[in-house]
Design a binder for this molecule. Structure first.
Ligand SMILES: Cc1cc2nc3c(=O)[nH]c(=O)nc-3n(C[C@H](O)[C@H](O)[C@H](O)COP(=O)(O)OP(=O)(O)OC[C@H]3O[C@@H](n4cnc5c(N)ncnc54)[C@H](O)[C@@H]3O)c2cc1C
Length: 223
């Protein structure tokens, strides 16, 4: 979204220390929000509860514009990591399978619409000039889908490549005691064991896994 020109912004700051320059910085605000239930395809809700967010908007201001990155916080799409060869030094085949679950696309679209609604609030009247291309006012579903598919990427919180599963499950990589299935004595202690992406940035839950692992290892060696 384009806002006041640089001259007006400097004027506001010089005159009374207000305007966009008063809040100059990166990631000024972060919004965690849910989409309306009716926008979820078949009513399937991938969040962990009614108080958990579906998406995050990271609002970023500069002197002349305001932007937002939108993240789906607990994506339902499941990718794969497969060995390409039996040489451990060869890169694996990674397929994130973005938007293979329709609900992720629905949430992504709704999060952009929410940003537009926020920007249409009366408080912005006379400040905002309009959206920056390629975004347009009142974008259609098709336009948004294409925009999302062309611009999406992962956002620094990859998890779940060695997901935990019940001890007798044929799927999954580690048991609840973090031991690698079908192997002996090897534990995995990091964000790769999450069965799904938590509705949060991932650092704090890595600490929880690590604390839990310390207890498990101490208990195992005490016997
Ligand atoms: C740019 C960025 C910003 C982030 N910001 C936030 C944030 O603001 N808040 C938040 O909650 N989360 C944030 N995260 C996510 C968070 O940092 C990660 O989820 C978390 O660090 C994952 O922990 P981990 O132990 O699974 O992996 P890592 O922290 O990546 O630890 C893996 C370790 O293994 C080591 N290693 C790799 N290969 C080998 C090898 N062959 N032999 C020995 N050691 C090896 C690496 O050097 C590394 O120390 C951010 C991530 C990134 C990339």
């Amino acid at each position: 979204m384009l806002i006041l020109g640089e001259t007006e912004a400097i004027q506001l700051w010089s005159n009374n220390k207000t305007g966009p320059l008063a809040a100059f910085g990166r990631l000024d605000q972060i919004v965690w929000a849910r989409v309306p239930q009716f926008t979820l395809p078949n009513g399937v809700d991938p969040s962990s509860g009614l108080k958990s967010a579906h998406y995050e908007l990271a609002l970023e201001g500069s002197a002349t514009s305001i932007a937002s990155g939108s993240s789906i916080v607990s994506p339902a799409s499941r990718g794969t990591v497969t060995l390409a060869t039996n040489n451990p030094f060869d890169a694996p085949l990674i397929d994130p399978a973005y938007y293979s679950a329709p609900v992720d696309l629905a949430i992504a679209k709704e999060s952009i619409r929410a940003f537009f609604r926020f920007m249409a609030a009366p408080a912005w009247k006379g400040v905002l000039v309009g959206p920056t291309l390629p975004l347009i006012d009142n974008p259609s579903d098709t336009f948004l889908e294409e925009f999302i598919r062309n611009t999406s990427s992962s956002n620094a919180h990859p998890t779940g490549t060695a997901m935990m599963s019940p001890p007798d499950a044929s799927w999954g990589v580690v048991n609840p005691d973090l031991l690698l299935k079908k192997a002996r004595g090897l534990r995995i202690v990091d964000a790769s064991v999450y069965p799904f992406v938590p509705c949060a940035h991932t650092q704090a839950s890595v600490y929880i896994i690590a604390e839990r692992a310390a207890d498990i290892v101490k208990a195992a060696w005490a016997t």
